[in-house]
Ligand binder design. Structure first.
Ligand code: NAD
Length: 311
């Protein structure tokens, strides 16, 4: 198959394009918001997803369009809500309306659409987006579903994807790992809040199967629902000298949710395999190996980087 990966230069896009290129012809389309160059030896188009005509032209001959490009994260989206609306909602709507119907769209949404919820939520459970990020993603989902596409509501991603792509430091497991390495101390706020988590490589393998599968519709994706406190326990196993301070203040925001992933498990043969502990170890190897020279750099943090850029 031929696959166009919109946002293929990002954290998830990097490993996804590697996995897809094993069996398919891949073109990456990205505006390189966080990078100066695109290094990989794959077909590459430097473009903005708001340029619908360019997206549609780039998709010519493609069977599947994987839609990852977005402003990602609550902090990043709050920097410029108008721009977030254009990229995360309007661009997706336009692509869904103008891309020939025979092309399959696979869209990455977020489990943040569930907001704060004590119950285990499945795909028909109530949504309660608490940020512009979650609300733009939720509204965009509808257009992908209407044309028979696949929507994945992803848990918070963690771990190392590939050797080239920028890791993100603004995701809970990665944040705590980097803090443990840099400061030898982590503060765990609101440790009992739940988050669904999934490794970046598991996401890529699900995406690869979804390209080939006749499945369509909405799917929650997670490896497990974990408390912030349990992530700190795993960090301690890898960084035994780290000081862990636990407080009752809520972690970062009030999101607290657990997702039911049975539908994805029944539909796809792939099952997530990369644990939080194994990926903390992988990140520790990158950090101790000096492959991330300055883990505190804002380039790894979408929100801080975009505020500095004054987008
Ligand atoms: N990482 C997570 O925890 C997580 C969780 C849930 C959902 N998702 C979804 O997965 C997708 C990928 O996330 P990620 O973690 O790889 O984020 P990322 O920020 O690393 O990657 C986003 C990519 O999109 C590109 N991009 C941004 N705006 C663009 C535009 N207007 N035109 C073209 N390209 C543009 C960026 O240059 C970047 O390469 C997003 O849609 C996100 O909402 C991610």
């Amino acid at each position: 198959m031929k696959v166009l990966v919109l946002g293929g230069a990002g954290y998830i896009g990097g490993v996804t394009s590697d996995v897809l290129s094993i069996n398919h012809e891949v073109t990456v389309y990205d505006n390189l918001l966080y990078e100066d160059r695109y290094f990989k030896r794959l077909n590459f188009v430097n473009g903005d997803i708001r340029d619908t005509k360019k997206v549609v032209n780039s998709a010519e001959g493609c069977d599947v369009v994987v839609l990852l490009a977005a402003l990602v994260g609550d902090g990043a989206c709050a920097v410029n809500p108008g721009l977030t609306e254009e990229i995360n909602f309007l661009a997706v709507k336009n692509i869904c309306e103008q891309l020939p119907k025979e092309k399959k769209i696979i869209f990455m949404s977020t489990a943040s659409v569930y907001g704060a919820n004590e119950e285990l939520v499945d795909e028909i459970g109530p949504t309660k987006p608490l940020s512009i990020y979650a609300s733009t993603k939720l509204r965009a989902e509808k257009y992908v579903l209407e044309r028979g596409g696949v929507v994945f509501r992803l848990g918070t991603v963690f771990g190392v994807g590939d050797q080239y792509s920028r890791i993100r430091s603004d995701l809970v497991v990665n944040t705590l790992t980097i803090k443990a390495f840099v400061e030898n101390k982590i503060v765990v706020n609101g440790g009992n809040q739940y988050r669904p988590l999934i490794s970046v490589r598991d996401v890529a393998y699900y995406l690869a199967e979804a390209c080939e599968s006749p499945a369509f519709g909405l799917f929650n994706l997670a490896y497990k629902n974990a408390t912030i406190s349990s992530i700190a326990d795993d960090i301690f196993l890898v960084f035994p000298n780290v000081e862990i301070k636990r407080t009752d203040i809520l972690f970062e925001d009030e999101r607290n949710y657990k997702v039911n992933t049975q539908k994805a498990r029944n539909t796809f043969s792939y099952t997530p395999i990369y644990s939080v502990l194994s990926e903390i170890k992988n990140m520790a190897m990158l950090l101790y190996g000096g492959r991330i020279k300055n883990p505190n750099s804002v380039v790894y943090n979408n929100g801080m980087y975009l505020s500095n850029m004054r987008i």
